[in-house]
Ligand binder design. Structure first.
Ligand code: RFL
Ligand code: PHB
Length: 389
């Protein structure tokens, strides 16, 4: 098999890149280790920046997003129960859209198959070859067959645990990592959200987040120790804890229901530099991970592939490789700002085990400063709504 761009990974990065290339008339093949059912069932992000929504419009995968996405003009930070609303529309003239990554993935897969973009699901033993040459290739085993895809370029969109990053020669990759001493225990339930906007709660007992997927489906998270067994959190205990951390106003409005999904996700900040070696280009979680506090992961995956698709288009249309040469620097400039913002918002709202009481007072002072300063709110809003591409 031969294609222009072999895309490894059928998450948001790989799928959106495939559509952007398709719009430019550039052919590609997507290779995915898991089954379509597995990929479509994964529960993850929920908040789309305007730039991500604009990209979905550009590739014309916005019908269901328009019908079902919830446009939010702001969100709140609860400080020991006291709300501080960040009015994104008023502060920076922008909004966010609540639309589950699960739904987005389904829409992108359905549209890709309808447009004839090939996706090989359950591709095992994916291996990258000759990435530093002008004729790279990807091999895998799909069904009973050994498959070889010769291509011009490889896009490594295979997430944090994928094969692409490990194909870099060790001396050509520098990694930066911070692992947080806590994770997020998330619950998804078919109950109406306790409030129509997202709430980030900074509480003495630890962080909590109230989010949603629709007017009838809620998504909540609480901060738990990194190695916390899920078995410690039967549904009722989790609902009780959410009520406490979300305080009397929001907590008392929580509707309880059986968990459709419940899991603990670790929190880390991670960046691999550069995002390119030879003809292999990394995008999304394959190159960087942020703690979910700023809701940036999926949005960074989208901005990376916007830069990458633009660079491929210049290569094929105008024989101009300048954008391919500068891809890593351009993507990383945006990535590091989101890494900084996600780290900052995590530090501001979470309880760090073993820290002194002075640290909590400093957090509270900063939150009080944000409450009293429009300039501080604008900076927070500008980053949360998403920096320009
Ligand atoms: P993905 O989604 O991990 O997709 C990678 C795909 O590659 C496949 N794969 C392979 N395929 C072939 N060969 C191999 N060797 C392979 N190895 C892996 C995988 O099966 C998968 O299908 O990466 P991508 O596309 O870069 O997208 C990144 C986002 O998924 C991620 O950043 C977000 O989910 C992060 N995130 C959030 N981001 C936001 O922007 N807003 C949010 O509100 C938000 N909330 C979250 C989140 C992540 C969370 N968890 C679970 C870490 C909330 C949580 C709890
Ligand atoms: C979510 O709805 O899953 C969500 C919302 C905001 C975040 C992270 C996750 O910061």
């Amino acid at each position: 098999m031969r294609t222009s761009v072999a895309i490894i990974g059928c998450g948001p990065a790989g799928l959106l890149l495939a559509h952007l290339l398709h719009c430019e008339g550039i052919d590609c093949v997507v290779l995915e280790a898991r089954s379509r059912d597995y990929v479509e069932a994964r529960i993850r992000a929920g908040v789309l920046e305007q730039t991500t929504v604009d990209l979905l419009r550009r590739v014309d995968v916005d019908r269901r997003l328009d019908a079902e996405g919830l446009v939010h003009h702001g969100f709140s930070i609860l400080v020991d129960g006291e709300p501080l609303r960040i009015d994104l529309a008023d502060l920076v003239g922008r909004t966010i859209t609540i639309y589950g990554q699960t739904e987005l993935t389904r829409d992108l897969i359905e549209a890709a198959l309808a447009r004839g973009i090939p996706i090989l699901f359950e591709a095992n033993a994916v291996a990258l070859h000759d990435i530093a040459s002008r004729a790279p290739a990807v091999t895998c085993r799909a069904g009973d067959e050994d498959v070889r895809i010769d291509c011009d370029f490889i896009a490594g969109c295979d997430g944090f645990h994928g094969a692409s990053r490990s194909a870099f020669p060790a001396d050509q990759l520098r990694t930066f990592e911070k692992v947080y001493p806590f994770g997020w225990l998330g619950i998804l339930a078919d109950v109406p959200p306790c409030k129509e906007e997202v709430i980030y709660a900074s509480h003495e007992r630890g962080f909590a987040l109230a989010s949603m997927r629709s007017k009838t489906r809620s998504r909540y998270y609480i901060q738990v120790p990194a190695d916390e067994p899920l078995a410690n959190w039967p549904d009722e205990r989790l609902w009780d804890e959410l009520e406490i951390r979300l305080g009397p106003r929001a907590g008392s409005r929580i509707s309880r229901g059986p968990a459709l999904e419940k899991s603990v996700a670790p929190l880390r900040s991670f960046v691999a530099e550069p995002m390119r070696h030879g003809r292999l280009f990394l995008a999304g979680d394959a190159a960087h991970v942020v703690p979910p506090t700023g809701a940036k992961g999926l949005n960074l995956a989208a901005s990376d592939v916007a830069f990458l698709a633009d660079a491929f288009a210049r290569h094929y249309r105008r024989d101009d490789d300048a954008a391919l040469e500068s891809y890593a620097a351009r993507a990383l400039a945006r990535v590091w700002k989101a890494v900084r913002f996600s780290w900052w918002l995590t530090g501001l709202t979470h309880r760090f085990p073993g820290t002194a009481s002075i640290d909590r007072r400093i957090q509270l002072a900063e939150l009080d400063y944000i409450r009293s300063s429009r300039a501080a709110q604008m900076s927070l809003a500008e980053n949360y709504a998403g920096l320009p591409l």
